[in-house]
Write a protein that binds this ligand. Structure first.
Ligand code: MG
Length: 395
């Protein structure tokens, strides 16, 4: 490809855009047994974060990863086939040149040059850089300097005016022809922008990001991990309580199981007091109101309905709010019928409706020693607790 100089053509949507990710450094200061670009950041190698950011941007057509000489085959086996892997050189500038040579861009196309050690690249930064090329010869993300700056002289300190200073990050964007030409003059530059500056090119700084901070020291990885990974909410806990009175009949329904008895429970639905309590516990953990809000007893639609409808609804509503039911504990309070012989069937039925594994479902029973309305055999009470965990796909 031909290298001209400060080619007059400005950015147009027809220009192709490639990204070069430089991952050829040794990075000893970051600590660990391996170079910083291959260490894991939130479970993913540092270099992969930048690859994923460029892959996600619809204007970036080609991605070139420059790796330590001799390690190209290892990286090729690790990255997507669409990524071109190129061996780098002894300095960062030589590695960048290797990446430029490997691109199939023409002179007027744009190239983003990025350090793998800056994994916090987002889509907005890439877009801002591309937009800046409507008027600039080159552009880079930059941040102001928040701290006071001092220059140390032989005997004293002087204050440096920090408003005129910027911390320059990558990616930096260039026209392919321009950066090829500019870099031909040197093999060891602090960054690629310096080559354009040296030739009085029109350089634009766009808004950078603290997420683009370079990983230099061991603590940087931990700090970036905290910034890049949204905090996982703590599990939520809910409780439910319900009572139904006895009336003449021949069976009660507890956790969907028909248990022969000399009475039945009265109620608008099937009066499954245990699943009503559990439904309320789930809705309560997700702060979604109570069973009466979702299934008003005044609505004839719910007359005689099986309570599995309520329980399933609560699990689904919690899931829609980003919560997964992870365990529940139910206590049925009555003198009769005996619950224990039916306990395993009640757990299995609860597992069938909620999708929980059996070992996450507890069903217990107790009496009130003849005291109170349950002691007088006037009805059955049930209490339940439920734990909801944040769903893996929670936003
Ligand atoms: Mg009820």
């Amino acid at each position: 490809m031909a290298c001209g100089f400060f080619t007059a053509t400005r950015y147009s949507a027809h220009m192709r855009i490639a990204a070069i990710i430089v991952a050829a450094g040794r990075g000893e200061r970051a600590g660990g047994d391996s170079p910083k670009q291959v260490q894991l950041l939130a479970g993913k190698p540092v270099y992969q974060w930048s690859i994923d950011a460029f892959l996600a941007h619809d204007r970036v057509e080609q991605i070139i990863l420059v790796v330590p000489a001799g390690e190209a085959e290892i990286y090729r086996s690790r990255v997507d086939d669409a990524i071109k892997v190129v061996p780098g050189g002894s300095t960062r500038t030589i590695s960048v040149k290797a990446g430029l040579q490997a691109s199939d861009l023409s002179a007027q196309d744009l190239v983003l040059i990025h350090d793998a050690a800056r994994p916090g690249l987002n889509q907005d930064t890439i877009s801002r850089l591309i937009d800046a090329m409507r008027t600039a010869d080159a552009a880079a993300p930059a941040l102001p300097v928040p701290d006071a700056l001092k220059r140390k002289g032989p005997d004293s300190l002087t204050t440096v005016i920090r408003e005129a200073l910027f911390r320059v990050q990558t990616p930096q964007i260039f026209k392919h022809a321009d950066i090829c030409e500019a870099l031909s003059q040197s093999d060891d530059l602090v960054d690629d922008l310096a080559a354009i500056e040296a030739l009085n090119g029109n350089v634009t700084l766009v808004e950078g990001s603290e997420l683009l901070a370079k990983i230099t020291y061991p603590d940087d990885l931990k700090r970036l991990e905290t910034l890049l990974m949204p905090a996982t909410p703590a599990p939520r806990f809910g409780t439910g309580y319900d009572v139904h009175a006895f009336e003449p009949g021949s069976e009660v329904i507890l956790c969907g199981v028909r248990i022969p008895h000399d009475q039945k429970l009265s109620g608008h639905s099937d009066a499954d007091v245990a699943w009503h309590a559990l439904t309320d516990a789930i809705l309560g953990a997700a702060a979604l109101g109570d069973i009466g809000d979702h299934f008003p007893p005044s609505d004839a639609k719910w007359k005689g309905v099986a309570s599995e409808v309520f329980l399933k609804h609560a699990v689904e509503q919690a899931a829609a709010a980003g919560w997964t039911l992870s365990s529940c504990d139910l206590t049925v309070i009555c003198e009769a019928p005996k619950v224990k012989p039916h306990r395993e069937t009640m757990r299995a039925e609860t597992a069938r409706i909620t999708g929980l594994p059996l070992d996450a479902i507890s069903v217990k029973a107790t009496t009130t020693e003849g005291l109170g309305f349950t002691g007088r055999r006037e009805g059955i009470a049930a209490q339940a607790s439920a734990v909801l965990s944040p769903s893996p796909n929670r936003k």
